[in-house]
Every structure is written in structure tokens, then in C-alpha cells.
Design a protein around this ligand. Sequence first.
Ligand code: GTP
Length: 243
Amino acid sequence: GEQRGSIDFDNVSFSYEAAGGDPVLRNVTFSCLPGQTVGIIGSTGSGKSSLVNLIPRFYDASSGTIRVNGKDISGMNPRILREKIAVVPQKTVLFTGTVLENICFGNEQATREEIEHAAKMAEAHDFITSFPEGYDTLLGQKGVNFSGGQKQRVSIARALVRKPEILILDDCTSAVDVATEANIKEALRTYAQHLTCLIIAQRITSVMDADQIVVMDQGRIVGLGKHEELMGSCKVYQEIFQS
Ligand code: GTP
């Protein structure tokens, strides 16, 4: 349908404790159109990860409504909801095994072509094939040790091979250099035009070309707009830019 990949937060509040806990998210409202790239930025502890973790229902909102593709997710089976959504976590989890096994973990039916396509979008194909064993390179104690940035790119390839409608990158390009990160975003734009992307980042350069940027501070949205707008209107954003 036309709403594939849309996300709506409507007055969402959240605390980790069921009753009386300090709210980690307060009255969060924003909408993300299908295919949009949304940057999420804010100081540590401002609620960025908590916000995105509500979308696949890793946690449920305390109040308010979240819709994916126009449907209230509180009534959806989490397993079915998660088929549409891929989350690349802050901490990359790779296991002992080949690069191929690591990319198609949870997706063993993926074809070689699909795996290589995902790896190309994640800027991982070239360094993988630079190893003599290529995709059969063994990772882990007895194998090759990839750099932090290389691990993150394998982790992004793992998310893309699932062909999600919504891709959530939770600060997972911190160890990837700025140029490579730009290439990943460009590849996503080119090959996955209909993919909705939420990108949590520390660096302004990671989000400044997003369709919209959500600026978080102490659980609230304190700025919402494009880079130029926020530079003119959002003090918190200006401070992050200058830091
Ligand atoms: P960084 O990842 O450090 O950039 O922070 P963030 O902006 O993603 O904030 P996050 O959503 O991780 O945290 C928001 C608040 O929730 C902070 O006060 C955290 O201490 C708290 N928090 C995060 N995870 C948990 C959790 O699993 N349980 C509880 N009780 N509190 C949590």
C-alpha cells in the first residue's frame, strides 16, 4: 500500500518502570513519511535509543499512540511487526563463523546475490572480497579480526539482507569514517529509495542531509526540521553543531 514504511508518534510518553518511574520520553509527536530519512540527535541519555526501541515493540509506550503503516502497533503481533523493521544496534554483535554466516544470520534463505547486494550497500563488499577467502573468511578468535568500522558495516549488511521497510541505525556508524558513512547513505538512497531510515547519530554530519531531524533533550523533542531550519531556530542543535 501507499503507507509502507510510515511511522507516527502521537503524544508518546514512556518510562522503564511500570508506575511512577521518571519518564524517559515525554509527549513525543512526529511523523515520518514512507521512504524518508529521519535523523535523531541529542545528548547522551536524552532518550534517542528508547524512542526507536518502541517502534519494534522492544518496549511499549506508557501513553500515546505509535502507528506503523497507519496501524496502531499496540494491537499488532510483535513478531509480525518486526518482520518489517531492521534495527542495527549500538553494539555490534558478530559471532564466530564466516562473514557470509554473519550477514545472513536469521535469514538463511537469502541468495548469494541478495547477500552481496546488501554488503555493497553497506560498503562492506569491497573489504570482504579483499580477504583471500572473501565471504568465507572466518571471524572470531581463530579467524580475522575486523576493525570496529568493518564490523559495523557487516552489521548493517545483516539488517539490509532482510529487506526491511524500516531501517533503524542506532548510532552504529560511529566507528565508520565520514566518507564511508556518506557512501552508505548514498547507496541506500540509490538502491533502497522506498526504505524509511531512522538514523541516531552523535555527529551532525551523519544527519544534516536527512529529510527531517528530531532533536532530543531530556526525553522531549526540542527541535524538528531540516538542518538549515534547526540552525536558525534550535539552540540545542546549534550547540551540538558547535561542539
Ligand atoms: P545514548 O545512547 O547514550 O546517546 O543515550 P540515548 O539518547 O539513546 O538515551 P537512552 O534512550 O539510552 O536513555 C534515556 C534514559 O533512559 C537514560 O536516563 C537512561 O539511563 C535510561 N535507560 C536506558 N535504558 C534503560 C533501561 O533498560 N532501564 C532503565 N530503567 N532505564 C534505562
